[in-house]
Design a protein around this ligand. Structure first.
Ligand code: ADE
Length: 252
């Protein structure tokens, strides 16, 4: 899968991309991440990427021309009135006004062969970029950051780890918190006892069936205690519901 990232601060993304499991995935040809500096598409002497807002008020607004030219020179030009009305791939703006990112959205994006991510800066981006260039807007949560670079890394990380082979473990992301609609069960490793705190006996028992059941029940309990809102959408068996009821859950 290929990610094209359009940003004014490519240097803020590269250290994370180069130090993580994503670098290994890139070396193995599973993902390709291209960073494009929007400033390279400015045409004036000062390489201006922002300007004051029409109508007044504080802050600066990202100009439309360099953003359009950057994206079009990488993805090709698209225009509803032309022979190529659609962009080659989703063009996603990271913005606090977008739909909220979730495991489900990560899963949806991982099915594309390519996505483009635009990182906004300053107070905002000229509305014509939102209207005529962008096909989707994603927010990573209801808070405001100084730019879309961290959100772009969040999206790339969450999407890339869903691509088969990116995680070392062949079971991959199947049991992750949220992948099943539930929070994940607790994990333990050696030693079996640390400062008097013991690993639950069932995990040392070697009974795979019992380990699976314990994990399922722990995931259900955790979700009930920490995120009961998730239970209404989770795929629950009759046995799950009976277990939850015993612990005080009232369905519906
Ligand atoms: N840019 C600034 N804040 C953001 C957020 N919460 N999500 C995505 N992009 C952003």
């Amino acid at each position: 899968m290929r990610f094209d990232v359009f940003t004014l601060l490519p240097e803020t993304l590269s250290p994370y991309l180069q130090a993580s499991i994503l670098q290994k995935a890139a070396e193995r040809g599973l993902i390709e991440i291209a960073l494009h500096n929007i400033r390279d598409w400015t045409r004036d002497k000062h390489h201006t990427t922002d300007d004051t807002p029409y109508g007044g008020g504080g802050g600066m607004v990202m100009k439309p021309e360099p953003v359009f030219e950057a994206v079009e020179s990488v993805l090709g030009r698209f225009d509803p009135l032309s022979a190529t009305p659609e962009p080659a791939c989703p063009v996603i703006m990271l913005s606090p006004q977008g739909r909220v990112f979730s495991q489900r959205v990560a899963d949806e994006l991982s099915r594309h062969e390519r996505i483009a991510l635009i990182c906004g800066r300053y107070e905002g981006v000229d509305e014509r970029v939102h209207e005529h260039l962008v096909t989707d807007e994603i927010s990573i949560g209801d808070y405001v950051l100084t730019g879309g670079e961290l959100p772009a890394l969040v999206v790339i990380d969450a999407v890339a780890r869903l691509i088969p082979g990116v995680l070392g473990d062949p079971e991959g992301a199947a049991d992750d918190s949220h992948a099943t609609g539930l929070l994940e069960y607790p994990h333990y490793t050696r030693p079996p006892e640390f400062r008097g705190w013991k690993v639950p006996d069932v995990l040392l028992s070697g009974h795979h069936g019992e380990v699976d059941r314990w994990r399922r029940e722990q995931a259900l309990l955790r979700t009930l205690q920490r995120r009961p809102d998730l239970l209404t959408k989770a795929d629950l068996s009759k046995k799950d519901l009976e277990f939850l009821k015993k612990h005080g859950y009232e369905a519906g």
